[in-house]
Every structure is written in structure tokens, then in C-alpha cells.
Design a protein around this ligand. Structure first.
Ligand SMILES: Cc1ncc(COP(=O)(O)O)c(C=O)c1O
Length: 217
């Protein structure tokens, strides 16, 4: 029988120079680069840097990463903040005064672009707030579908939320939420609802699936 794989914690920690400072970093796993990642990033930035939508990364299996139908559904950009700003500006001509956007507030990156778009186009911003999951635990907040559905109307145009909150660590049941929100929006007569999901803190831990989540345009 093969020996069970044992994680060498000291070796793993030694690969992350920031951990030597002695602080506990309460952040997501994507935040601290290890030595090999820094080395490869340095090499890439020095010798292979190219336009952000370059095809090289696409060929490395990004379609599989998202379970997308094809690589043409995937666009790369410098950061999620700027990607969402670009997305919001791309949708701008199609936004009418009075359209309603539902956003969550964990991170400016996933609501700022929509709030600015709403201000430019006369749309209305509604907030889907996190609520407690356990009455006795003040740190147990999460986004819940029952708090989202009353916000949906025939004018709902955009719903933007985080799959995992970087502040709370809560993991949101994305498929359950998109299914319920699309059914509710259709029943209320909403014509077209775009769903934007921030997976910055989710992607390092769980598989994304744009087909099952029903977020392919
Ligand atoms: C949940 C979440 N969304 C968005 C961002 C912003 O990502 P970026 O730095 O790529 O704009 C972060 C960064 O901490 C985050 O934790």
C-alpha cells in the first residue's frame, strides 16, 4: 500500500516569503505568491509579455477551467476591477433609465463599475445584503436567495454578486441562486437579466461552471 501523502507544512510555508513576517494573513489563497510563481511571473513579464487577451493563456485550458463552450467566450484582462469596468462600459449602450441593478457590497471591484454605470445611465441600484446564517454567531453572515428574490422586478437588468466573500469566507450556492433568480425574473416579466459573478476568492478553491450556473450570454 502506498504511503499516505503527508503535507510538509514547513516546506510549504517556506515557499511564501510574506509568511516570514510572522503575521497571520486573513486573505484568500490567491493573494500571496510563492517563490516558483514569482519566478515564473518575473520570467513571463521579462520575456513573454503580450497583450492581455493573448491566445497563449487561452490555449492552456481556460475553456476547461470555466466549463465554457469555447475559448472565444473567455476574455483576459489585467484585474477583475478593470475587467468589470470594461464589461460595464460594453453594456452601457444597452442600459435604459430606470433599469435596475442588484449588487452586493463586499468588494468595490464587483459593485463599483455597476454603480458608476447606473449613475451615467439613470439606472437604479439596489443592495442585496448579507444576513446572519446562525443567530448566535455574529460572524456567520452570507448572501441568501430569499433576500435576493424580493429585490427582483420586471425592470431588473443586472445582478452582480460574489461567489465567495473575501471578507466573510462564505461560499454562495451559485447554481441555486442563478436558477431561482432567472425563474423569478421571468415570472415577473424581466426581459433580459445579465448575471455577473465575482469569483476572485472562489476560483482558487472551487470549480467554476458557467454552463451549470447559466451565466453564458
Ligand atoms: C472578492 C474579491 N473581488 C474582487 C477583488 C479585486 O480583484 P482585482 O485586484 O483583480 O481587481 C478582490 C481582491 O481582493 C476580491 O477579494
Amino acid at each position: 500500500m502506498a504511503a499516505p501523502h503527508i503535507l510538509d507544512v514547513d516546506f510549504a510555508r517556506s515557499q511564501f516569503p510574506a509568511l516570514k513576517a510572522g503575521f497571520i494573513f486573513a486573505d484568500n489563497a490567491g493573494r500571496q505568491p510563492s517563490y516558483p510563481v514569482r519566478h515564473r511571473s518575473h520570467r513571463r513579464l521579462s520575456h513573454q509579455h503580450q497583450c492581455p487577451t493573448g491566445s497563449r493563456l487561452q490555449r492552456l485550458g481556460s475553456r476547461t477551467l470555466f466549463n465554457a463552450e469555447s475559448n472565444s467566450e473567455i476574455a483576459f484582462g489585467p484585474s477583475s476591477t478593470s475587467n468589470l469596468e470594461n464589461l460595464a462600459r460594453g453594456l452601457e449602450p444597452d442600459i435604459q433609465p430606470g433599469d435596475e441593478f442588484i449588487v452586493t457590497g463586499e468588494h468595490e471591484a464587483n459593485c463599483g463599475a455597476w454603480k458608476k454605470l447606473a449613475a451615467r445611465r439613470g439606472a437604479v441600484v439596489k443592495y442585496w445584503h448579507s444576513t446572519p446564517t446562525h443567530p448566535n454567531n455574529p460572524y456567520s453572515f452570507s448572501l441568501k436567495v430569499e433576500d435576493l428574490l424580493p429585490l427582483i422586478t420586471a425592470k431588473t437588468r443586472i445582478v452582480a454578486f460574489t461567489a465567495t466573500s473575501n471578507l466573510l469566507g462564505s461560499v454562495v450556492p451559485v447554481q441555486e441562486i442563478t436558477r431561482a433568480l432567472r425563474a423569478d425574473a421571468a415570472a415577473k416579466g424581466a426581459k433580459k437579466v445579465e448575471v455577473s459573478i465575482d469569483c476572485v476568492a472562489y476560483a482558487p478553491h472551487r470549480r467554476m461552471d458557467v454552463k451549470a450556473w447559466d451565466i453564458v450570454g
